[in-house]
Write a protein that binds this ligand. Structure first.
Ligand code: UD1
Length: 452
């Protein structure tokens, strides 16, 4: 039987200069936004991750013509022939972000029929904020399991509000509602909106397409509806989560890394926490004096200090870097603490880290981490995208070898991150084998039978 896993061995300090790909969390919603305009658009710096390929399949199902030049990281999507407003449960179940086509389909065609979304098991993850917001903006919703049918209401007794107040600054709800509002007549205001860098990248491309969207003080987004949006060319922002993974790989192995296209202004608090641990973090490069916040370099300290974090909406500590940072905390001096406030079930990696010898206790949504000097490789299971990253990082320092299952999560979120880590000197390989006896790894090493 075929088996797939990440095989990570204790590695020397990682060093190197690495170019980041575009942000996976930005590109998914940006692909959805292209439905708002009729015609051919091109996106650059598109990661070839499983979620991106899944979103491409979704767009094709709707009738779009798609060409993905993986080598050039250029994705061309022609939405002229889009003739369906329905997204099947097969696609929806693979990826929660699929719900993001609802706003654009409603805006362009006045209706959408989408199956309810799936995705990582990191919490209940309802879509009530999306649906409450759509209702406020005059959309009528009918549940027709497994589908949800949405259409622009013609019922005049149902008043069309132009102000949506989000109970929580949900990234997905903000994105869905603001895409819908771009083509809605009049003015719409989203109060308590999410302002993550990925949301701002979406606003950037929408404004390039001809939308009128303004971010205002007090976490408020004002959208003035226009009649039509136009096709566009856009380069997706660099992935701050990939950047976080590479910086932590250097921290954990006591190496160094230079990320010339990283946006330091997208990861202020994370960088501050790395400095607090004792790592040397430099922002900006001499080559790009016009962009003082472009480029991050890090030199790891030998004896890092524990830190405390509490995840929260941007500019708070990103929940997606919580699991990767916890691996570094597990190897730091004294006590570190983590409080997860964004998702209610996002400490599942703790159990796996403790299998490596990490000293972590959990009470409710809080984890207390007592640093240890060594971790010991063993077999682990990744439970979500960012957990897979935390475990892979741990494998780089754990004595012996670490075998990580659940690699589909890794592939959903990252575009061959294992290759970038290997380039920096990491001993990490994605293994796909029906018979792993005598398997030759990409680095020329022979995989021993006892892994099986
Ligand atoms: C996006 C990111 C994800 C990141 C998260 C928070 C993508 C593809 N994914 O996910 O990587 O971890 O932002 O930064 O961009 N909630 C509700 N009802 C809703 C919507 C959300 O209760 O209608 C809750 C969620 O269950 C969660 C919290 O709000 O507890 C935040 O979710 P949200 O900001 O919407 O995250 P996503 O857009 O799903």
């Amino acid at each position: 039987m075929s088996e797939r896993f990440l095989l990570v061995k204790q590695s020397q300090p990682l060093h190197g200069t690495v170019e980041l790909t575009g942000a996976k969390n930005a590109v998914l919603v940006i692909i959805a936004s292209l439905l708002l305009a009729e015609g051919k658009s091109t996106l650059y710096s598109v990661p070839n991750s499983a979620d991106v390929r899944c979103f491409i399949a979704l767009m094709t199902e709707l009738g779009a013509l798609v060409h993905f030049d993986v080598k050039l990281k250029a994705l061309t999507i022609d939405t002229t022939m889009v003739n369906s407003i329905e997204v099947s449960p097969e696609i929806m179940n693979k990826m929660r972000a699929s719900i993001l086509v609802m706003g654009p389909l409603l805006a362009r065609f006045g209706k959408a029929r989408v199956a309810l979304p799936g995705g990582c098991l990191i919490g209940a993850r309802p879509i009530n904020y999306h649906l409450q917001g759509f209702r406020k903006l005059g959309v009528s919703l009918i549940e027709d399991k497994p589908f949800l049918s949405a259409s622009i209401s013609t019922d005049s007794s149902n008043p069309i509000h132009d102000r949506v107040i989000l109970e929580y600054p949900s990234v997905g709800a903000t994105e869905n509602l603001l895409m819908y509002a771009t083509l809605k007549p009049g003015e719409t205001v989203i109060v308590n909106a999410a302002l993550e860098p990925e949301v701002l990248d979406l606003i950037d491309i929408l404004n390039k397409m001809g939308a009128k969207i303004y971010c205002e003080p007090g976490q408020l987004i004002r959208i003035i509806g226009v009649n039509k949006l136009n096709p566009v060319e856009h380069t997706v922002i660099p992935d701050r989560l990939e950047a976080g993974a590479l910086l932590l790989a250097a921290c954990i192995t006591k190496g160094s890394v230079h990320l010339p296209n990283a946006r330091a202004d997208h990861m202020d608090l994370f960088l501050e926490k790395l400095r607090e641990m004792g790592h040397e973090v430099y922002v900006g490069t001499h080559q790009t004096p016009l962009f003082p916040l472009l480029g991050i370099s890090l030199k790891a300290c030998q004896n890092p200090q524990g830190v405390s974090i509490k995840t929260g909406p941007y500019p708070g500590f990103p929940t997606d870097l919580q699991a990767p940072l916890m691996t570094a905390m597990a190897l730091s001096k004294d006590i570190s603490t983590v409080e997860e406030t964004v998702f209610e079930n996002r400490l599942m990696h703790v159990k796996e880290l403790t299998k490596l010898g990490a000293q972590i206790t959990v009470e409710g949504q809080k984890a207390t981490i007592r640093g240890v000097e060594k971790l010991y490789g063993t077999e682990l299971i990744a439970t979500d995208i960012r957990a897979s990253c935390g475990l892979a990082l741990a494998g780089l320092i754990a004595i012996g070898e670490t075998k990580i299952g659940g690699v589909h999560h890794w592939e959903r979120g990252y575009d061959k991150l294992e290759e970038k880590l290997r380039f920096m000197g990491g001993n990490i390989n994605l293994i796909e084998a029906s018979n792993i006896d005598n398997l030759m790894l990409p680095n020329g090493e022979l995989l021993k039978k006892r892994i099986a």
